[in-house]
Design a protein around this ligand. Structure first.
Ligand code: ADP
Ligand code: MG
Length: 722
């Protein structure tokens, strides 16, 4: 077998990244080398037009792809897809087949490339398929390049696919995202034409996902059932030193971690993933990796790969990767800042305040469209990032609150205010330029002011959606962003057109529409501290949704106008929306059930035995002291101090035992509810609070029990030992 030299490249080699970047992907360069010119061009055209690949082209592409993959050492291929579990799935098949005359041969047909049929019955369909017709098909998404993934000893050819049912319903997270990109493109092109921008054949949305994560030593991880089963700690007292010193953020990266990062980056580069920045985050053992932004569907695929590669390399390096939103109570949580923008295939970033008057008009119109969309669909956006893990982060007095608002920064605030009030005469000269649209001020770029507490902040030429959970796939939030944007853009286009029809000049129509939109969307703009109580007050006064948890957020999917929006933009049919609702509710209930059962297990097999043993020892020691008290002349006061110590322990211990029994009953009660929403509400409103109450008692015991008897690794060890 001919193994290409890149396979041997490891992160120790000092070769410039650009020389091997993407060498494990079947990218343009590889295609050009492996495909006849005609098929290469045909494939490029199909990709550009977003059309289906014909059987003929597929056969040739499959052959070229197989040759390429085998030269690099691959023996198997898999359709790589995103079932609605929030992660990725793959089923490997060998290229090997046996000819009629018994000769072994490697084969990979066009059919195998464009369509696969994994046994879909084990993937959630949310009721869209009954098991007897559980067929689901994966179909190649040629917009995302095939890649070779290292795993075990070999490389596997991974073909990014969508996953659909026999009847064409989307069974995955990617199909709706692709549909939403189509929808927003169509709406935006129409608006651009009204604004006088022609020659745009596609409007794209872009995403760059900053990924936060924790790395802890694998030894500690494997000794904590909560981390192994649930990805977060269910018990654990805060160490005396937490993150109050803020000495970790942007501090120097420990060598062992840096090596992990370098290996991760190396593998990402081979996969054509443009990893760009790495640094420490706020909490001890918390870090971040951010790539250069790409078109939304690719960025989502790549973010999933980033998570997968990190998990694999962490394991090799003796670390455990924690992607949960809140792995340690009382310590900063992890998010995935989803930087999002919209631009044309001619290279205009529509959220970039440009240097010409015309560009600034586009900018303002699209900016206002974002405000419109986020205001009108704040609840849908909130829904898009609702998950069991993110509930511990959102609204929990740290990073983004559950209330969605938009931060624009001081300058833009003033610009919008000026447009709204009809005053364009801003005092600061440099910020006021003639817009061509007689009265609209030109917006100068100003990246300086930032509000780190905002869930949705404008940062220069993009919006940063910061409420996305660290562990979730970014497909759903981007799908929602694109869809709400398509709707908002249409509304604005309609408004401008109506005014033009009524006889107004285009500039006037645009300006008036801007003004109306600015007024109408004002409640969504919030420049204050989003962690402060004032935000909750503002949300009440302004009527902004404040959906506290996952079950409340998921109810948004029941709303007719929300379902209608997804239908109107061809993103999700009513069935597809309902199936997603069911899957997410079910995952929520099951997830909390698993957490509660893990907590029971830990209490019964770790905490209670540990405390019991220590209590026995303290009891013995006290009894011994009691018998010797007279002989050694110990005062009654001294005796009762020691008795008090024992009593404190015994009382807390009794409370813990009682609460554990209460937890046992509470867990069993989940099944007594008739509907999924009732179960989910019960989990959110009663079971989780009870788990937190038990935890307080267990954590207080952890702080008085002899460390040598405490089996579970502590927060201090997990977070401060390297
Ligand atoms: P921060 O200061 O928040 O770390 P950066 O400027 O480093 O912000 O960018 C963070 C992320 O935003 C990166 O992944 C970057 O590629 C991405 N990004 C930059 N410009 C855009 C854009 N126009 N659209 C989408 N994402 C972008
Ligand atoms: Mg950021």
């Amino acid at each position: 077998m001919l193994i290409n030299k890149e396979v041997h490249l490891n992160s120790d080699s000092k070769i410039p990244v650009s020389t091997y970047f993407g060498s494990m992907t079947f990218d343009q360069k590889a295609m050009r080398a492996k495909l006849p010119k005609e098929e290469f061009t045909a494939l490029q055209d199909t990709i550009k037009a977003g059309k289906k690949i014909t059987g003929e082209i597929a056969g040739v592409v499959a052959h070229g792809m197989k040759e390429w993959a085998m030269e690099k050492g691959a023996t198997h291929y898999t359709h790589w897809f995103q079932p609605m579990t929030g992660s990725t799935a793959e089923k490997h098949d060998a290229f090997l087949s046996i000819d009629r005359d018994g000769t072994p041969i490697e084969r990979f047909s066009g059919e195998q490339l464009i369509q696969g049929e994994p046994d879909a019955s084990s993937f959630p369909s949310g009721g869209m398929r009954t098991t007897f017709e559980a067929r689901g098909y994966t179909a190649w998404d040629p917009s995302s390049p095939a890649f070779l993934m290292k795993g075990g000893k070999d490389l596997t050819l991974c073909i990014p696919t969508v996953f659909i049912s026999y009847h064409g319903e989307a069974l995955d997270a990617k199909t709706p995202l692709l549909r939403s990109m189509e929808a927003v493109s169509k709406s935006a092109i129409r608006l651009l034409e009204i604004l006088g921008v022609t020659g745009v054949s596609r409007v794209k949305t872009f995403a760059g996902c900053e990924q936060e994560y924790f790395l802890i030593d694998k030894k500690f991880y494997s000794e904590r059932p909560d981390l192994v089963m649930c990805g977060r700690t269910l018990l654990g007292a805060l160490p005396p030193k937490g993150q109050q010193l803020e000495d970790h953020y942007f501090g120097s990266i420990p060598d062992r971690v840096l090596e992990f990062m370098q290996d991760v980056e190396h593998e990402l580069y081979l996969l054509g993933i443009p990893a760009k920045t790495r640094h420490n985050e706020v909490a001890p053992h918390q870090f971040e990796i951010a790539p250069i932004f790409e078109e939304a569907n690719i960025a989502v695929d790549h973010n999933l790969l980033v998570m997968e590669v990190m998990r694999k390399i962490a394991d090799k390096k003796g670390f455990a990767l924690l992607l949960a939103e809140k792995p340690f109570a009382g310590i900063n949580g992890s998010g995935k800042h989803n930087n999002w923008s919209i631009g044309t295939d001619t290279g205009i970033n529509l959220l970039d305040p440009g240097d010409t008057p015309e560009k600034n008009v586009h900018f303002l119109v699209f900016l206002v469209a974002v405000l419109n969309g986020v205001y009108k669909r704040a609840d849908v956006l909130r829904m898009s990032i609702a998950s069991m893990g993110n509930d511990h982060r959102l609204g929990a007095n740290e990073a983004p609150p559950a209330v969605v608002t938009v931060f624009l920064g001081e300058l833009l605030e003033r610009v919008l205010d000026a447009i709204e009030s009809g005053k364009v005469d801003l005092k600061t000269e440099k910020q006021v330029l003639n817009l061509g649209l007689s009265q609209v001020p030109v917006v100068n770029k100003d990246y300086t002011d930032r509000n780190r507490t905002s869930p949705f902040a404008f940062t220069g030429n993009k919006f940063e959606f910061r409420a996305v959970g660290s562990s979730q796939a970014a497909s759903v939030p981007n799908m929602v962003l694109n869809t709400l944007m398509a709707e908002a853009v249409d509304e604005i286009a309609d408004a401008i057109l109506a005014k033009i029809k009524a006889g107004k000049e285009r500039d006037v129509a645009i300006l008036e529409t801007l003004r109306e939109q600015i007024t109408a969307t004002k409640p969504i703009r919030y420049q204050g501290d989003n962690y402060a109580e004032a935000l909750q007050q503002a949300a009440r006064e302004r009527g902004l949704p404040n959906l506290k948890n996952t079950p409340q957020s998921l109810r948004v999917l029941l709303k007719k106008d929300v379902q209608d929006m997804f239908i109107k933009y061809g993103v999700l049919s009513a069935d597809e929306t309902n199936s997603r609702l069911h899957i997410r509710l079910e995952r929520y209930i099951k997830g909390i059930d698993i957490e509660a059962r893990t907590l029971q297990l830990m209490l019964k097999t770790f905490v209670i035995p540990d405390v019991s043993e220590y209590q026995g020892e303290l009891g013995n020691s006290f009894n011994n002291l009691l018998s010797a008290a007279d002989a050694i002349g110990l005062s009654g006061q001294a005796l009762s101090s020691q008795a008090g110590n024992l009593k404190l322990l015994a009382e807390s211990f009794s409370t813990l035992i009682e609460m554990t029994a209460e937890l046992d009953e509470a867990v069993e009660k989940i099944e007594s509810f008739a509907t999924e929403f009732e179960k989910a509400d019960y989990c959110a409103d009663e079971l989780l609070p009870l788990m937190s109450k038990v935890r307080v008692v267990a954590d207080s015991l952890e702080q008085i029990v002899d460390r040598s008897r405490w089996q579970l690794p502590t927060y201090s060890e997990m977070l401060f030992q390297h």
